[in-house]
Design a protein around this ligand. Structure first.
Ligand SMILES: [Zn+2]
Length: 313
C-alpha cells in the first residue's frame, strides 16, 4: 500500500498522540574485538554493561543500557587528563550510573556531546547539566523545540527515568570541525536524512575509531520512524567504503566495534523498507520484523517507530 510521506511534522504529531511500549530488561555482554585496539575488558556495573577499550593514549568506556530503554549506548572517552561523554541515555537513573562511574575514574568531565535529538540520547544528560553540553546547531534547535513534549509523553511509561526538565545543548559543534584534547583528536561530521534528520558522528583518527551512534545498531531493532530509508542506506554504504576506522561504535547494542554491523544494518533497512511498502498496519510490520529478527533486542523501538510510520489520522 501507499503510505503518506513520513515528515518531521508527522514525527512530532504522532509522538504527541502516541504512547511508548517497553520490553523486559536484559543485559548483553560484549564479545571479543577484531580491530586494532590494544584490548577490551568488561567492568561490572549495576544496571547496564560497561566495555572498556584501551588505546595507546586513551580509553573508551562504552556503556550499554538494559533493554528497558533500548540498549542505548554512552561512550566515555578518557584522555590523559579528562573525560568526554558521548550521549546521555534515556534514563536519569542510568545517566546517574554513568556519572558515578565517570566520577570514580577521578578525572574531570570536560563536556558531554549529544549526537542527535532523540530522547534516548539526552534524557540522562540531566545528570551532566553542570558541564558544557555540545551538539550540532540543528540538534540544539530540535531539542529546544521538542524537549518538553518528549518528556511529557515518556512519563507514563518511564516514570522515574524521565528528567524534570529538558537539557538543551549550550555549545555548538560545526560540521567538518575537529579538536585535539590532550593528544586525542576528535573529527566531527554532520550526517543528514538517516536514522534522524540530523546526526553527528565522531572520528578518532589515532584510535581508528568511528563513534557512529544511531547511524548504526548492533543486534538491535533499528528505529525507522523518520522513514529516511534511502538516505540512511546511502550513509551506511559510505561507511562501508570508508576504511579509515577499525572499530565502529553503535548507538544501540553491544559495543564490539565490528564492521559486520554495517552490512547487518543495510540488510535490515532493505527488509523494513520493502515490508513497509507492502503492509497496511503497524502490527503487520512488527510481526514481519520480529519473525525475521527473533533474537534482536530493543523491540520497544519497533513500537515507537510504528507510531510515526503509521500516524493516526
Ligand atoms: Zn537511539
Amino acid at each position: 500500500m501507499k503510505h503518506p510521506n513520513v515528515s518531521r511534522r508527522n514525527f512530532v504529531n504522532t509522538a504527541i498522540t502516541g504512547s511508548l511500549i517497553l520490553g523486559a530488561p536484559s543485559i548483553v555482554s560484549a564479545r571479543s574485538l577484531g580491530g586494532g585496539a590494544l584490548g577490551q575488558s568488561l567492568v561490572p556495573i549495576k544496571h547496564g554493561s560497561m566495555a572498556v577499550t584501551e588505546f595507546k593514549n586513551s580509553k573508551i568506556h562504552s556503556y550499554q543500557s538494559p533493554n528497558l530503554t533500548g540498549c542505548v549506548t554512552t561512550h566515555i572517552i578518557e584522555t590523559p587528563e579528562r573525560l568526554i561523554i558521548v550521549d546521555g541515555q534515556r534514563s536519569v537513573i542510568y545517566g546517574q550510573e554513568i556519572r558515578d562511574y565517570a566520577d570514580a575514574l577521578g578525572k574531570p568531565v570536560d563536556r558531554m556531546i549529544i549526537s542527535h535529538l532523540h530522547p534516548d540520547h539526552w534524557f540522562g544528560a540531566y545528570q551532566f547539566r553542570d558541564v558544557p553540553i555540545h551538539s550540532l546547531k540543528e540538534t540544539q534547535g530540535e531539542i529546544e523545540q521538542l524537549g518538553e513534549f518528549f518528556i511529557e509523553i515518556s512519563i507514563p511509561t518511564l516514570g522515574d527515568h524521565v528528567p524534570p526538565e529538558k537539557v538543551v545543548p549550550d555549545t555548538l559543534i560545526a560540521d567538518g570541525s575537529s579538536e585535539t584534547i590532550d593528544g586525542v583528536t576528535l573529527e566531527f561530521k554532520h550526517v543528514t536524512d538517516a536514522e534522524s534528520d540530523n546526526m553527528l558522528t565522531i572520528y578518532l583518527p589515532e584510535e581508528k575509531v568511528l563513534i557512529a551512534q544511531d547511524l548504526l545498531y548492533n543486534n538491535c531493532h533499528l528505529f525507522c520512524g523518520h522513514g529516511n530509508f534511502q538516505g540512511w542506506q546511502k550513509s551506511l554504504k559510505d561507511l562501508r567504503n570508508d576504511t579509515s576506522f577499525d572499530l565502529v561504535l553503535p548507538g544501540h547494542g553491544a559495543n564490539v566495534g565490528s564492521r559486520q554491523s554495517i552490512d547487518d544494518a543495510l540488510i535490515y533497512l532493505e527488509f523494513v523498507e520493502g515490508t513497509y511498502a507492502k503492509v497496511s498496519t503497524g502490527d503487520e510490520l512488527k510481526s514481519a520484523i520480529i519473525e525475521r529478527y527473533p533474537s534482536y533486542l530493543a523491540a520497544s523501538l519497533v513500537d515507537i517507530q510504528n507510531l510515526f510510520l503509521f500516524p493516526k489520522k
